[in-house]
Design a protein around this ligand. Structure first.
Ligand code: CA
Length: 225
């Protein structure tokens, strides 16, 4: 999952970035409103964490400008301001949710999960499933059938991306940008390498291979024969 973090206070930005990276998110961090607008229009993000008080353009202006340009990426606003009017202004500018500083890191994670939820047949908003494969975003448990698999944070992020787009052909670039962000451009074969790791942990020993190669196009999570 790729997140754009817009925060001008370097220590706050570094703290959030480190925490999210450890969880397996790909994080691009920028420190002013204009750059944020530029990045959000250039790259595809799963979520934008947007501080309100920023140099050049404030968070509400950024949010409004993105919505006017038809960019619907979920926006979670971060702010030190906590008057009812500030909250209303933030939501009116097109933000989806609001978190008041200082916040507990666990709460930030919970809000991110809530905003990037995909409701599927499990009926559990923290669980993603496909065929006999399941992933719990809260406990971070992954299972194929009754068998648990131990995944690293990047393997987990890669599987989560597949589970959010079942039966869709995903190009290496699409996968790379969402799971690794910038790093991807320096390691062009990283997607193939990690798909290999996932297959070893999840497909090996099973008759149905769920992670398929689509020749010349990329990969697909598929249960079709
Ligand atoms: Ca600020």
């Amino acid at each position: 999952m790729r997140i754009l973090l817009v925060e001008d206070e370097e220590n706050v930005s570094a703290f959030i970035q480190q925490g999210l990276t450890e969880e397996g998110f790909a994080v691009d961090a920028v420190g002013d409103g204009e750059t944020a607008l530029d990045f959000a229009q250039t790259y595809e993000y799963d979520l934008i964490l947007l501080d309100v008080l920023l140099p050049k353009m404030d968070g509400r202006q950024v949010s409004r400008a993105l919505r006017q340009r038809g960019i619907a990426t979920p926006i979670l606003m971060l702010t030190a301001l906590d008057a009812v009017k500030d909250r209303v202004d933030g939501l009116d500018s097109g933000a989806d949710d609001y978190l008041v500083k200082p916040f507990a890191y666990q709460e930030l994670l919970a809000r991110i999960r809530a905003r990037t939820r995909a409701f599927d047949r499990t009926g559990n908003p923290d669980e993603l499933a496909f065929a006999d494969l399941s992933l719990n975003r809260l406990t971070r448990q992954v299972k194929r059938g009754e068998q648990s698999a131990e995944l690293t944070s990047k393997e987990f992020a890669l599987l989560e991306f597949f589970l959010l787009h079942p039966e869709q052909v995903l190009s290496r670039t699409q996968i790379g940008e969402h799971v690794w962000g910038y790093d991807f451009y320096n390691h062009s074969n990283i997607v193939d390498v990690y798909v290999g790791y996932l297959r070893r942990k999840l497909d090996d020993g099973h008759t149905a291979q769920l992670i398929r190669t689509v020749r010349g196009a990329g990969y697909k999570l598929s249960a079709e024969e």
